[in-house]
Design a protein around this ligand. Sequence first.
Ligand code: NAP
Length: 482
Amino acid sequence: MPEMLIGGEWREATAHEELEVVNPATEEIVDSVPAASPEDVELAVATAKRAFAEWSRTDVEHRASILAKAADLIHERAKDLAARLTSEQGKPIAEAMGEVSHLAHGVRFYAEAATKVRGAYQELPSTLGPAYGMVIRRPMGVCAAITPYNFPLTLLGTKVAPALASGNTVVAKPAATTPLATLEVARLFSEAGVPDGVLNVVTGRGSRIGDGLVAHPDIRRVAFTGSTETGRRVAALAAPDLKRISLELGGSDPVIICADANVDAAVKAVIIGRYWNAGQACLGCKRVFVHESVYDEFVGSLVERVGRYEPGDGTTKAEKPKLRMGPIHTRAGRDELLEQVEDGIASGGELLIGGGTTDHRKGYFLEPAVIAEPSTESRLNREEVFGPVLPIFRFSDFEEAVRRANDTPYGLGSSIWTHDARLIHRAAQDIEAGMTWVNQIHYGYDELPFGGVKASGFGKEHGIEALDSYVEIKSVVVGGLA
Ligand code: NAP
């Protein structure tokens, strides 16, 4: 059984309890991990606090070189990491390899960015004597990194890499159902030279240890990715101590396909955006609005391509031209999707393909679905749909499409398919979202700040900007110069 990492030691839970990890494709137990209790969280935070004193003073080039080494190791061990990820999360091996290489790329990005950060020098009025100002950046202290089950590794990297690059220490808590690959990645960070106590991983249920971790007085920064519901709780727990937080939450990204769109390219992008990771992505094409002039062409091509997917165990490949799609991560998640599909059909939507389960065999599989024109009040339009189910809507007027795109509590991503500069400008300005892609798939680039508005959260991950969210900016006035 893998143990958790606290202070450089691999440990059981203090209470000697365990948590079973289940493969969603087979429903078999893959492995067990320690089920941490609040005492373990105490220990991890205390260790990280002690380690901060030294790590925060290390040379930035040294920190950067350790991160670069970690990225190399992740790259070298990609196959093993991907196999572990598939076994606990369910995604096909090819998608797991994609996630591991995105992780390595993200860690390398911060290894390179760490040494490029600059402060500022400011001449000051000399009424009180000659002086100048400096703007410096100080690491914050111990950061909590809380990740969900859908992309356990990339979302770990987007927190741990900028935190460590900036001189902070970290206590990471992976989702209870996907701790295994995270522990392997933590092992590689240690192997790369991250000192004991600088990166700690506690495995356990959020319902048992989450509150204690977020509210711990020695946690100064909480980086949370997960559902909007849990995000609200995290925000409330962090508020009394005015902790720095970033909340990367749910989404219901709209896609607007205009009359002049390259329909073939749009179909391919929407397929990736909705059905990658069996649709369990925050950034996904979750509501598609298609201009009436290209609606039939778009829908026909989309349904044909969706029909190529074959849900199955991610460790096996589908026979060409079929494409493998993994399971839904939990039975409860699949049940919720089935209810949302049922509600969409009851509201007047037409099920064009999919929506069935494969109950004759083990695994939480769901046939990928497309539903035409459910009601705007249906759950498919109002809620986040966290699986391979796509509602499609027809529009005739662009302003109307933007209004409907914004008619959601969420505001994470969005995209538009057109070459009309005026429409691109309108989409960039008017769509309420943290990102708008133009003729592109919904993808979180390491180079660009990423994060939502409205119920999709606040704060940014990715990009050079994320480094600023792991430091306190301080002004220093230097006088006595005369
Ligand atoms: P979740 O249930 O909110 O869980 C996320 C993490 O929070 C898990 O590690 C969970 O632990 C932990 N947690 C639970 N209760 C907690 C508490 N009281 N205090 C602190 N942590 C607690 O989310 P999920 O269902 O795993 O993930 C899917 C959601 O994440 C979707 O809504 C998706 O859109 C969103 N997401 C957003 C982004 C983004 O960047 N915006 C990216 C990916 C996913 P347990 O697993 O032990 O419960």
